[in-house]
Design a protein around this ligand. Structure first.
Ligand code: PLP
Length: 394
């Protein structure tokens, strides 16, 4: 009954974990979630107020497919101010979340059989979006510290390679790619005639003074070859509002617009008006959130590393930690043996009421992804419970 394309995709492991948590909570269990990739705080009030006003003013009809002009202009200003990149509003396509922006870009660039290089570990949806577009995902391992390995990229390139799908700051590792590594990759892309989709949704969440660099800014050639994907979900705690965008050369922008026109017509009208406030009225709220994440990262990182056998790098971005848990594979408790990171996550969920996502979902077995987008109190309690549960594994 189902198409080969749909039969061939793997449902999102993070959404599957969310469903398991809901089941357990419905059964009265107390679960602490480190599995969901969304800011725990509320959407800043100026955005909420602007949304109400837009609704009162009747801004409830279709908008242009690529978004209202005022928002595309505001996005151009943001790109100039934050990234030093000059775009015109026609080069922006506003969409229903960064995920749709990503899908637009992949469908705009990928022909049947085109190979798409994806550094791993990677965001759960990349492989599936590429497959849906008829492309072939090619996984390119990063270095041990999750930085880009340009040699691995060179080795993965074939005559069918079309595209690189980058994400910095990174989900799931939290890695922030250096300017030098992006310049090196840009040179390869230029030499081999490749395009880059650069997913920058965690741009605002960088720590220790780290700098977010868009690969579109490393050279004039990369400006032409890069589709920036960004959105409002992570920076402005707007996951449920569904708003993202692409910035690219005009031809790709028109293609994204054409594709989106047949998929969703346009992003939600009143959400676009509300988002205008994000760039002008929310700087303090974003900085407050960033600082809170930095503290939580420091605390959770220290707690994880204090657990025997757990090895965790301290990344400089996003809100994820991805420790190596291989020391626990092969151990058991009460007849239950932990063979994989997925088994360990199931054990932690059942035994400690702690939810995290196994690395297999991000193409990195032997690791677990913890999102620290949760209150300090919950992080403290979750780490206590996890520590106790791990002690029981022999
Ligand atoms: N890209 C990355 C790397 C993400 O982690 C996520 C969400 O988790 C998205 C894109 C999707 O963002 P949005 O909610 O704007 O669709």
């Amino acid at each position: 009954m189902l198409s080969k394309r749909i039969a061939n995709i793997t449902p999102s492991a993070t959404h599957a974990m969310t469903a398991r948590i809901a089941e357990k909570r419905a059964a009265g269990e107390d679960i602490i979630t480190f599995s969901i990739g969304e800011p725990d705080g509320p959407t800043p009030q100026p955005i909420v107020d602007a949304c109400k006003q837009a609704l009162r003013e009747g801004k409830t009809k279709y908008t242009p497919t690529n978004g209202i002009a005022a928002l595309r202009e505001a996005i151009c200003e943001k790109l100039k101010k934050d990234n030093g990149l000059v775009y015109t509003p026609a080069q922006i396509c506003v969409s229903s979340g960064a995920k749709q922006a990503l899908s637009n870009a992949v469908f705009a660039l990928c022909d049947e059989g085109d190979e798409v290089l994806i550094p791993t570990p990677c965001y759960v949806s990349y492989v599936e979006i590429v497959k849906l577009a008829g492309g072939v995902p090619v996984l390119v391992p990063t270095n041990d510290d999750f930085s880009l390995n340009t040699e691995n990229f060179r080795n993965a390139i074939t005559p069918r390679t079309k595209l690189i799908l980058l994400n910095s700051p990174n989900n799931p590792t939290g890695a922030v790619y250096s300017r030098a590594s992006l310049e090196a990759l840009g040179e390869i892309a230029e030499e081999k005639d490749l395009y880059v989709i650069s997913d920058e949704v965690y741009e605002k969440l960088v720590y220790d003074g780290a700098e977010h660099v868009s690969i579109a800014s490393v050279s004039g050639a990369m400006y032409e070859r890069t589709v920036i994907v960004n959105g409002f979900s992570k920076a402005f705690a707007m996951t449920g509002w569904r708003l993202g965008y692409t910035a690219s050369n005009l031809a790709i922008s028109k293609a994204c617009n054409a594709f989106q026109g047949h998929m969703t017509s346009c992003p939600v009208s009143f959400v676009q008006y509300a988002a205008l406030k994000a760039f002008t009225d929310c700087g303090d709220a974003v900085e407050e959130m960033r600082r809170a994440f930095e503290q939580r990262r420091d605390y959770m990182h220290a707690r994880l590393n204090a657990m025997p056998g757990i090895r965790c790098r301290k990344p400089q971005g996003a809100f994820y930690l991805m420790p190596d848990v291989r020391a626990y594979l092969g151990r058991s408790c009460g007849g239950r043996t932990i063979g994989t990171a997925e088994d360990l996550c199931n054990y932690l969920l059942d035994e400690a009421g702690v939810a995290a996502v196994f690395g297999e979902a991000f193409c990195m077995p032997g690791t677990v992804r913890f999102a620290y987008a949760n209150s300090m109190e919950n992080i403290r309690l979750g780490m206590d419970r996890m520590e106790a549960a791990l002690k029981k594994l022999n």
